[in-house]
Ligand binder design. Sequence first.
Ligand code: FAD
Length: 387
Amino acid sequence: MNLELGEEQEAVRRLARDFVAREVTPHAVAWDRAESVDRGIVKKLGALGFLGLTVDEEYGGSGGDHLSYCLVTEELGRGDSSVRGIVSVSLGLVAKTIAAYGTEEQKRAWLPRLTTGDAVGCFGLTEPGTGSDAGNLATRAVRDGDTSGGDWLISGSKMFITNGTWADVVLLFARTNDTPGHRGVSAFLVPADAPGLTRREIHGKLGLRGQATAELVLDGVRVPDSAMLGPEGKGFSIAMSALAKGRMSVAAGCVGIAQAALDAAVAYAGEREQFGRPIAHYQLVQELLSDIAVDVDAARLLTWRVADLVDRGREFATAASKAKLFASEAAVRAANNALQVFGGYGYIDEYPVGKLLRDARVMTLYEGTSQIQKLIIGRALTGVSAF
Ligand code: FAD
């Protein structure tokens, strides 16, 4: 793995860094307090190609490799995890999955809109009763009549759906036959304005407050057979393959959080004086800073390794779980250590580290909790599924 970035990768990182400095960081605290990111950010992300990375230009994408995608999600995560999540879900979980599994008609219908920011996607897997055990989901899709090729009627509910109230299309997972567990699950592309689909925004989150997280309720939502993504009964494996790559972008976002924590803590340690000297002079403060710095480097290297494996067409799922596990725990540690460096000032939201800690906390929960990542890694090591 080459650790030197190429010219194009450097350019895309600079573009993302400048964009974040101009369009994200200055607003992040206000969006957090208002519990809403400015929706105009989506078109701006689309205009720079950030919603089309790795997707073919033929479908409106901006191409590029997965390392570039990680560089952009790191920079966005450094500025505001709520904004990073818009890209990770609309592009990472939805557009990329349509690109991988969609029919020509599905790709033409959705990709040019998603990659430009004309439309937003959300990923509907989790339900009130099934989170880690997603393969046991209860939302059902039944044929209207018993003719194959006819419409499907979908009923059920989905919980904690990122971009839920903003989305134009839901990549929705529903049970299409009575086979128990994940074998009966299929994937559908459901227009978010379909009659019978209602959405309720979830408030009171610890972090990611600017992000639209929603509960979706489906009551006999009618979709044509052509809305099914991939083969019938293969929905769960489609969801798992989407999440494996998704974990790479979550990990990259976590590197961004940890880097932001480091930058803020180093700067503060140089300015804040106690006992007549900047606190950077004290060994115990330097220990906090060096712990953050090692976490940043280790998380970034694990994340870049996944991007490298994906770009070379190699098996990457276990490496993605390792990166997501380490980077998410590292982001929490880093933000917490940074808050310690800030002392009491870290506890109020005039300084960035409290928000970094709140935003980091969910990273060990979504796209598979830390415990689930350990079970995936353990299964790869032993050949035994301990789920
Ligand atoms: P549970 O599965 O109930 O887990 C509770 C605890 O039990 C955890 O500690 C877990 O690790 C542990 N546990 C469970 N099973 C095992 C086991 N076999 N062995 C050991 N420990 C176990 N979902 C979507 O589909 N789309 C989204 O866009 C989305 N966005 C989200 C955004 C936010 C802000 C949040 C909070 C969640 C989001 N989620 C989304 C849902 C998220 O993926 C789930 O919350 C997560 O998978 C965990 O499920 P759960 O909350 O039901 O916890």
